[in-house]
Design a protein around this ligand. Sequence first.
Ligand code: SF4
Length: 501
Amino acid sequence: MIVLVTVNHNYTYELSDIIRMYFGKEEIKFLSQEALEKNQSFLKAEAKIIICTLTLESKNVRYKAEMTEACQHFENTEEELLDAPNEKQLKHLAKKTLYKLLSQIYNKTYPWGILSGIRPIKIVHKLMDKNMSDNNIESVLRQDYLIAPDRADLALEIAERERTYISQYNPKKVSVYVGIPFCPSRCHYCSFTSNSIQSCSKYVQVYVDKLLTEIKEAAVYMKDNSFEVETVYIGGGTPTSLTAQQLEILLSSINDCFGNSFTEFTCEAGRPDTITEEKLHVLKNAGVSRLSINPQTMNDETLKLIGRAHSVKQIIDSFRLARRIGFNNINMDIILGLPGETMEHLRNTLISIKNLDPESITVHTMAVKRASILNEENNTDVLNNNMAEQMMEYTKSFMKHNQMHPYYLYRQKHMVQNLENIGYCKEGFECIYNIQIIEERQTNVAFGADAVTKLVTDLEAGIERQHNIKELKLYIDNVEAMIQKKLTLLNKIQHKEISNS
Ligand code: SF4
């Protein structure tokens, strides 16, 4: 057990992020200084005690983190915060000081330093907006966030590539997401909204009908108010779990509603066990320009272990079929750190995928989320997988060697070794939707169960969200209310336009 005592402040949420990097799932108990004194003898035997003290003096701010068990402490004095340091700066100082203490005690640093769950490239874009030089941005990343030099370089490289797509902010230019929350079976690492297409069969058609209602009503508003849809992304779940007829109706409605002239139209066909020739023809005829066929691994034994009811051969056959039908922009997702996988498994996955020659490969690091079967099984084998970092490094050199460049990056909580997810692509095959959704500089209008519409009225203001209900039956019963909430949110763009004119 970790006992965290905060003195003169209450930044327990921020400090817990750092504690979890070093102690994983170990229980954290929060105590006041008085409670600590009362229970000291008991706690000494039972727990690691961390005391974090903030001292605000007239001349400076001091922050001290100490770990009594290790008899070590680290103290930071931030002279530059002299004038009325704000809460955000103090929280940052708290995280940084505790990170320095723990990295000193355990002789371990993490590639993204004190960043936990924050999108690193967003920080770079904000600094670029201020016309800061690359050298200065790199210093901020390394000194303020304690990011490792190679990750700072990677963040800059990706931000520069993304800049082409995100530098022009237009409040009326949006992306559209459509969620299909059905899959043939549940992958053991999955934390997405995914219902078994078999056990929910009686809801599938009614879900599609309600989804179409939601899309059509929002589209009328968007058309009347001159919104322009730049990209469309159909995700899930597995959209190709639907029948060819259902897909045809859905796709033609999307085209009718949003004008059929998107820069990019992606459909996930994640699970090869849902792909048929007929469905691929439907997607192609409807103008889908980018397809995602996601193996996660090219090793049959791992596919079984993670609950994917298909073989490597099915992945290869589906990919080749999609090529024959004319898809010339295919993405494949893989995951590093899957249970039981070694470097040999990874090499096999990368070589097998390279032989297929997709236009992009998205590399995820295993993240054991609360809602996943792996977490329920308490699969610590995965959590303690020290190989993930080695795998990430190997993958980076493999991609470089094969002229696939990194074009977007994001991180999540609970990722093995606190690493990252990186999208790689051949030159000119960046997925614009992915860049926009991660950097959050464009409004995303999202439809379907658990979809989240994100409104960006300007780049300085925060994002406003409208969450659709996650549970299938409740979504079906309440779609009208969600439509109204979505329109109310979108109306804020309209209001802003009027007040600015
Ligand atoms: S295919 Fe994707 S959404 Fe479906 S169960 Fe697997 S991880 Fe979850």
